[in-house]
Design a protein. Structure first.
Length: 162
Protein backbone atom coordinates (compact mmCIF):
# COMPACT_ATOMS: atom_id res chain seq x y z
CA UNK A 1 0.00 0.00 0.00
CA UNK A 2 1.27 3.46 -0.86
CA UNK A 3 2.02 5.84 1.96
CA UNK A 4 1.84 9.63 1.70
CA UNK A 5 5.18 11.39 1.36
CA UNK A 6 6.51 14.79 2.33
CA UNK A 7 9.36 14.90 -0.18
CA UNK A 8 10.27 17.96 -2.23
CA UNK A 9 10.05 17.22 -5.93
CA UNK A 10 11.98 19.33 -8.41
CA UNK A 11 11.42 19.98 -12.09
CA UNK A 12 13.86 19.23 -14.90
CA UNK A 13 14.27 22.98 -15.45
CA UNK A 14 15.36 23.36 -11.80
CA UNK A 15 17.76 20.45 -12.20
CA UNK A 16 19.42 22.08 -15.22
CA UNK A 17 19.74 25.48 -13.52
CA UNK A 18 20.99 24.34 -10.13
CA UNK A 19 24.16 22.32 -9.63
CA UNK A 20 23.74 21.62 -5.92
CA UNK A 21 21.52 18.56 -6.26
CA UNK A 22 23.11 15.14 -5.69
CA UNK A 23 19.98 13.04 -5.21
CA UNK A 24 16.57 14.25 -6.25
CA UNK A 25 12.86 13.46 -6.24
CA UNK A 26 11.29 13.95 -9.66
CA UNK A 27 8.37 13.05 -11.93
CA UNK A 28 8.75 12.67 -15.68
CA UNK A 29 7.10 11.19 -18.70
CA UNK A 30 9.06 8.54 -20.59
CA UNK A 31 9.70 9.64 -24.18
CA UNK A 32 12.16 6.95 -25.29
CA UNK A 33 13.56 3.69 -23.89
CA UNK A 34 16.62 1.61 -24.73
CA UNK A 35 17.46 -1.55 -22.81
CA UNK A 36 20.74 -3.41 -22.98
CA UNK A 37 22.73 -5.95 -21.05
CA UNK A 38 26.10 -5.23 -19.53
CA UNK A 39 28.38 -8.06 -18.48
CA UNK A 40 31.09 -7.65 -15.90
CA UNK A 41 34.11 -9.84 -15.29
CA UNK A 42 32.66 -11.41 -12.14
CA UNK A 43 29.66 -12.82 -14.00
CA UNK A 44 27.25 -10.34 -12.46
CA UNK A 45 25.36 -9.29 -15.57
CA UNK A 46 23.31 -6.11 -15.29
CA UNK A 47 20.35 -4.89 -17.28
CA UNK A 48 20.47 -1.17 -18.08
CA UNK A 49 17.24 0.62 -18.93
CA UNK A 50 18.05 3.99 -20.44
CA UNK A 51 15.11 6.39 -20.55
CA UNK A 52 14.74 9.90 -21.90
CA UNK A 53 12.41 11.85 -19.62
CA UNK A 54 10.67 15.18 -19.82
CA UNK A 55 8.22 17.28 -17.87
CA UNK A 56 6.24 20.45 -18.49
CA UNK A 57 9.09 22.83 -17.55
CA UNK A 58 11.51 22.28 -20.42
CA UNK A 59 11.43 21.11 -24.01
CA UNK A 60 14.68 19.17 -23.67
CA UNK A 61 15.03 15.60 -22.43
CA UNK A 62 16.85 14.29 -19.38
CA UNK A 63 18.65 10.97 -19.72
CA UNK A 64 18.04 8.49 -16.90
CA UNK A 65 19.78 5.11 -16.56
CA UNK A 66 18.31 2.46 -14.26
CA UNK A 67 20.53 -0.52 -13.46
CA UNK A 68 18.87 -3.77 -12.39
CA UNK A 69 19.45 -7.48 -12.05
CA UNK A 70 18.48 -9.60 -15.04
CA UNK A 71 15.54 -11.14 -13.17
CA UNK A 72 14.00 -7.79 -12.20
CA UNK A 73 10.83 -7.21 -14.20
CA UNK A 74 11.14 -3.39 -14.40
CA UNK A 75 12.39 -3.56 -18.00
CA UNK A 76 9.38 -5.73 -18.90
CA UNK A 77 6.78 -3.21 -17.72
CA UNK A 78 8.37 0.16 -18.49
CA UNK A 79 6.93 1.79 -21.64
CA UNK A 80 6.97 5.02 -23.61
CA UNK A 81 4.18 7.30 -22.40
CA UNK A 82 4.28 6.17 -18.79
CA UNK A 83 4.85 8.61 -15.97
CA UNK A 84 7.68 7.67 -13.62
CA UNK A 85 8.23 8.87 -10.07
CA UNK A 86 11.88 8.66 -8.99
CA UNK A 87 12.88 8.93 -5.33
CA UNK A 88 16.49 9.60 -4.43
CA UNK A 89 17.75 9.22 -8.00
CA UNK A 90 21.40 10.25 -8.29
CA UNK A 91 22.54 13.14 -10.45
CA UNK A 92 25.66 12.89 -12.62
CA UNK A 93 27.26 16.08 -13.89
CA UNK A 94 29.95 16.40 -16.52
CA UNK A 95 31.51 19.62 -17.74
CA UNK A 96 29.72 21.02 -20.77
CA UNK A 97 26.95 18.40 -20.64
CA UNK A 98 23.43 18.53 -19.21
CA UNK A 99 22.90 16.57 -16.00
CA UNK A 100 21.86 12.93 -16.25
CA UNK A 101 20.16 10.67 -13.73
CA UNK A 102 21.12 7.17 -12.66
CA UNK A 103 20.37 4.62 -9.99
CA UNK A 104 20.38 0.94 -9.13
CA UNK A 105 17.13 -0.87 -8.40
CA UNK A 106 17.05 -2.76 -5.12
CA UNK A 107 20.04 -0.73 -3.99
CA UNK A 108 20.15 1.65 -1.09
CA UNK A 109 17.87 4.61 -1.54
CA UNK A 110 16.38 4.53 -5.03
CA UNK A 111 12.64 3.96 -5.33
CA UNK A 112 10.81 3.87 -8.67
CA UNK A 113 7.06 4.03 -9.28
CA UNK A 114 5.52 3.65 -12.77
CA UNK A 115 2.01 4.81 -13.55
CA UNK A 116 -0.23 3.60 -16.41
CA UNK A 117 -0.01 5.26 -19.81
CA UNK A 118 -3.51 6.71 -20.24
CA UNK A 119 -5.47 9.27 -18.22
CA UNK A 120 -8.23 6.65 -18.03
CA UNK A 121 -5.88 4.40 -16.05
CA UNK A 122 -7.03 6.33 -12.96
CA UNK A 123 -3.44 6.80 -11.79
CA UNK A 124 -2.84 3.09 -11.57
CA UNK A 125 0.58 2.12 -10.24
CA UNK A 126 1.84 -0.59 -12.62
CA UNK A 127 5.25 -1.04 -10.97
CA UNK A 128 6.93 -0.08 -7.71
CA UNK A 129 10.42 -1.07 -6.68
CA UNK A 130 9.71 -0.90 -2.97
CA UNK A 131 6.96 -2.46 -0.90
CA UNK A 132 6.89 0.77 1.11
CA UNK A 133 6.73 3.27 -1.74
CA UNK A 134 5.10 6.61 -1.03
CA UNK A 135 3.02 9.09 -2.99
CA UNK A 136 2.76 12.81 -2.22
CA UNK A 137 -0.71 14.24 -1.61
CA UNK A 138 -0.61 16.00 -5.01
CA UNK A 139 0.67 13.03 -7.04
CA UNK A 140 -2.43 12.94 -9.25
CA UNK A 141 -1.84 16.50 -10.43
CA UNK A 142 1.85 15.74 -11.10
CA UNK A 143 0.90 12.69 -13.17
CA UNK A 144 -1.78 14.69 -15.05
CA UNK A 145 0.73 17.42 -15.93
CA UNK A 146 3.14 14.83 -17.33
CA UNK A 147 0.39 13.12 -19.33
CA UNK A 148 -0.80 16.46 -20.73
CA UNK A 149 2.77 17.25 -21.82
CA UNK A 150 3.00 13.92 -23.63
CA UNK A 151 -0.35 14.39 -25.38
CA UNK A 152 0.51 17.97 -26.40
CA UNK A 153 4.00 17.06 -27.62
CA UNK A 154 4.33 13.38 -28.55
CA UNK A 155 7.84 11.96 -28.19
CA UNK A 156 10.32 12.42 -30.99
CA UNK A 157 13.59 12.91 -29.19
CA UNK A 158 16.03 10.93 -31.32
CA UNK A 159 17.92 14.03 -32.43
CA UNK A 160 17.74 15.90 -29.11
CA UNK A 161 18.98 13.35 -26.58
CA UNK A 162 22.45 13.56 -25.12
Amino acid sequence: MARRSNYTYITFAELQRNSEYERIYVYGVIAEINTFRSADLTGGDTLITEMHLRDNTTSSFTKCSIYSKLDNYFSDVVAVGQVVQLHRIQVRRRAGMPPTLYGKLNGTGLAVVLFGTAPTDDFTVVYHSSANYSLPPDYKSKVCICIQKMVAEPPDCRCECY
